[in-house]
Design a protein around this ligand. Structure first.
Ligand code: ATP
Ligand code: MG
Length: 261
């Protein structure tokens, strides 16, 4: 579904993404892991049109999408969530869901006057959709809560919920599990699996929690220093020497091997 070819994104002289190539198969829940600073979020940002690449190409279903702006990708069904959730704090959870950009009329005074009925219908539709999403995520009871009052985990759920307000095809999740308690992490994981199985979403999931990755993702792609280091099933990945080395650092690994660590 997504193919990234020899992608580079440099910041000044620093190569955050340094020739990464990878594929995300349609229908998969692909994991993207790697040590801090490996370039995972930067790669997401380039694929999702938030940052232009320094060089390299991105394809969606064999069509080139390199450098397309986020709203364009959004219409093609490519969505991302951010490592830090950004909700509209003073609005309710349901209102936040209803804020997802779409084909809403009602922007100008004229259309407000002329098409009042249509606007009301659209609102009603949106509200219905938002309630379905809340139901799906098992947070119906939070509909009227101000988003700013949610816990970190609930905010992540809300982010996931926003991807459900449109017909997403492929969703990029940047650390949906970070700072989330076990129960809520389970809810998020279940929602991802259900969206994948029942609605055909393809996912690419960045996460540091290896249990979460192992439970959800196949395959898992490992990045280090801006490059793809390995791709495979999670159990293979965790036994891969190069991967262990990237995580532990050579010095520590040698200590472990020598039995002194
Ligand atoms: N806008 C920027 N300007 C300069 N350097 C940046 C910028 N964005 C990211 N970097 C650097 O690029 C490298 C990769 O960052 P990135 O956020 O992609 O890593 P990551 O794999 O997502 O790490 P983490 O797991 O900690 O989220 C880091 O060294 C970071 O400091
Ligand atoms: Mg990151």
């Amino acid at each position: 579904m997504i193919r990234v070819e020899d992608l580079h994104r440099h910041f000044g002289g620093f190569r955050a993404v340094d020739g990464a190539s990878l594929s995300i198969e349609t229908g998969s829940i692909t994991g993207l892991i790697g040590p801090n600073g490996a370039g995972k979020s930067t790669l997401f940002n380039v694929v999702a049109g938030v940052l232009p690449p320094t060089s390299g190409r991105v394809f969606m279903d064999d069509e080139e999408i390199t450098g397309l702006p986020p709203h364009e990708l959004f219409h093609r069904g490519l969505l991302r969530t951010f490592q830090l959730a950004h909700e509209f704090a003073s609005m309710t959870v349901r209102e936040n869901l209803m804020m997802v950009p779409g084909q809403q009329t009602g922007e100008t005074i004229w259309s407000t006057w002329l098409r009042r009925g249509q606007i009301e219908r659209e609102e009603l539709e949106l509200r219905k959709k938002a309630d379905e999403v809340l139901e799906f995520l098992t947070i119906r009871h939070l509909a009227h809560e101000r988003a700013g009052n949610l816990s970190g985990g609930q905010k992540k759920l809300l982010e996931l919920g926003r991807t459900m307000m449109v017909d997403a095809k492929v969703v990029f999740l940047d650390e949906v599990g970070a700072g989330v308690n076990r129960t809520l992490l389970g809810t998020i994981g279940d929602a991802i699996v259900r969206l994948n199985k029942e609605r055909g979403y393809t996912f690419c999931v960045i996460e540091h929690d290896m249990d979460f990755i192992a439970k959800l993702c196949d395959p898992v792609i490992v990045m280090a220093e801006g490059k793809v280091l390995a791709t495979g099933a999670s159990d293979e990945i965790m036994q891969n020497e190069a991967v262990i080395e990237a995580y532990l650092g050579t010095g520590l690994k040698n200590q472990v091997k020598a039995g002194t660590g």
